[in-house]
Design a binder for this molecule. Structure first.
Ligand code: UD1
Ligand code: CA
Length: 450
């Protein structure tokens, strides 16, 4: 269900498209369904339907194990009405898991347990105890047996004392669901079709209703406001940080780390404060990340040191735009590695160096060998106005500061290029090459006078 308005977000963007840990809320829910090996995902859209559908159509990975269908709910007459819109898409022999597009952090394992509780023949409700259950549907039991869900606004004072609430998530055999949806009405405090009313139909039909009670509120927390979105983001990031530390990663401050994707760390990785990791990032053994780095899609090999304020942005792992930092490389502070940057072993990239496109220093279309020392302010002039050409800097080269290497050109292994040189021809391995005006001094020089 993703048709609701999300008024309290006070945003033009549909609520379910706001991001948590780098992914839209609704994408989290769809990804969880994928983990369950769902046959299909039916998305009920309404407010912002065009945007939500476009977002999901584009982000659904090719070869996804299920097909995605969209159904529109206009106007929105309640959760029961939302599920009614999906009925034509549901095969009779299936199990339906009802999820909300604004509840992003339910674990697939929890849903598997819910499905197991249903056993393909019962109505299974995911429930939780809240010290303050205000606003939620209450689980009304007779002894142990679930009798009904009563919405807060319809509940009697005695029912409002109940702390076990319906999470908004259920698993139900499709055939039974279809029958019960046809019996819903709007005779309640909110004048809506309540999905939760199917519980009393199940009871009336003698179908067992089971409650699968969990205790982590994060799994069922919905996002209705920017405050809730930020709270859930922090709760999620804390979980990620604790897991990393459990695996041996040393975080200077777990409260100042943001992982918006997958961060894979080998042994003895240390990460200073305020670092952001996006996409797929892997850090080899002993890698150190300084404070305030942003690292997006990169593979950083063992022993590399990324100094503070470095920005690394690679393309998809395995693509030509991937960024790789070699073993023992030193990068930054204030370095910028852009798509396609590949640094060999022990390469040192100094401060304010941009690898790909920059005014201060530029390494474009370059192949950089191992143990290369590349001086501040040096660039590779890769573009002749029509074509781009390649610069090859072989192993153990030392390039002084403020050099211009005009491609196509190769700096031979072990060679040295004097600072300020403009190199237009290949240089010999091991040689010192200087290509700039010779320094002259004219003694007793008389400056012009006014
Ligand atoms: C619902 C449950 C309540 C439960 C609570 C948990 C009902 C009647 N009540 O209440 O028992 O404790 O969730 O959070 O189901 N939606 C649509 N179309 C609609 C109405 C809602 O798509 O016409 C979507 C919303 O966008 C949202 C989800 O359904 O993602 C839940 O709707 P919401 O209004 O939050 O339900 P509650 O009234 O809070
Ligand atoms: Ca709600």
């Amino acid at each position: 269900m993703a048709a609701g308005k999300g008024t309290r977000m006070k945003s033009r963007l549909p609520k379910v498209l706001h991001r948590l840990a780098g992914r839209s809320l609704v994408q989290h829910v769809v990804d969880t369904a994928a983990e369950l090996q769902a046959r299909q995902v039916v998305l009920v859209t309404g407010h912002g339907a065009i945007e939500v559908e476009a977002h999901l159509a584009q982000s659904t990975r090719p070869g996804a194990p299920f097909n995605t269908k969209f159904v529109r709910q206009e106007p929105q007459l309640g959760t029961g009405h939302a599920v009614m819109q999906a009925v034509p898409c549901l095969a009779d022999d299936g199990m339906v898991v009802v999820l909300s597009g604004d509840v992003p952090l339910t674990r697939a394992d929890t849903l598997r347990q819910l499905l197991a509780a249903s056993g393909g023949s019962r109505l299974a409700l995911l429930t939780i105890d809240f010290a303050d259950p205000t606003g939620y549907g209450r689980i009304v039991r007779d002894g142990d047996v679930v009798q009904a869900i009563v919405e807060h606004k319809d509940a009697s004072p005695a029912q409002r004392q109940i702390t076990e609430v319906y999470s908004g998530i259920m698993a139900v055999p499709a055939r039974m669901l279809k029958g019960w949806l046809g019996r819903l009405d709007t005779h309640n405090a909110q004048g809506e079709y309540y999905l939760t009313d199917i519980v009393k139909f199940a009871v009336a039909d003698g179908v067992p209703v089971v409650a699968h009670r969990i205790d982590d509120p994060m799994e069922v927390a919905g996002v209705n406001s920017p405050v809730q979105l930020a709270e859930l983001e922090r709760a999620w990031q804390k979980k990620v940080a604790v897991q990393l530390m459990t695996d041996g990663v040393r975080l200077a401050d777990p409260a100042r780390l943001d992982v918006r994707g997958t961060l894979t760390c080998a042994q003895d990785v240390a990460i200073d404060v305020n670092c952001v990791f996006e996409g797929q990032v892997s850090l080899g053994e002993g890698v150190t990340i300084g404070a305030n780095c942003v690292i997006i899609n990169a593979c950083i090999a063992a022993g590399a040191v990324i100094h503070p304020f470095t920005h690394i942005e690679g393309g998809a792992p395995g693509s030509k735009d991937a960024v790789e930092v070699g073993t023992g490389a030193l990068v930054g502070p204030f370095a910028r590695l852009r798509p396609g940057a590949r640094l060999g072993e022990q390469v040192h990239i100094g401060n304010f160096v941009e690898v790909k496109n920059s005014t201060l220093a530029y390494l474009g279309d370059a192949v950089v060998g191992e143990r290369v020392n590349y001086g501040a302010g040096s660039i590779t002039a890769n573009y002749d106005g029509a074509f781009k050409h390649r610069t090859t800097i072989e192993a153990d080269v030392h390039v002084g500061s403020n050099c211009v290497l005009i491609a196509p050109v190769t700096i031979g292994a072990g060679g040295t290029v004097g600072g300020g040189s403009t190199i237009t021809k290949d240089t010999l391995p091991g040689a010192l090459t200087v290509a700039r005006g010779k320094q002259v001094s004219i003694p007793n020089w008389k400056r012009p006078r006014k």
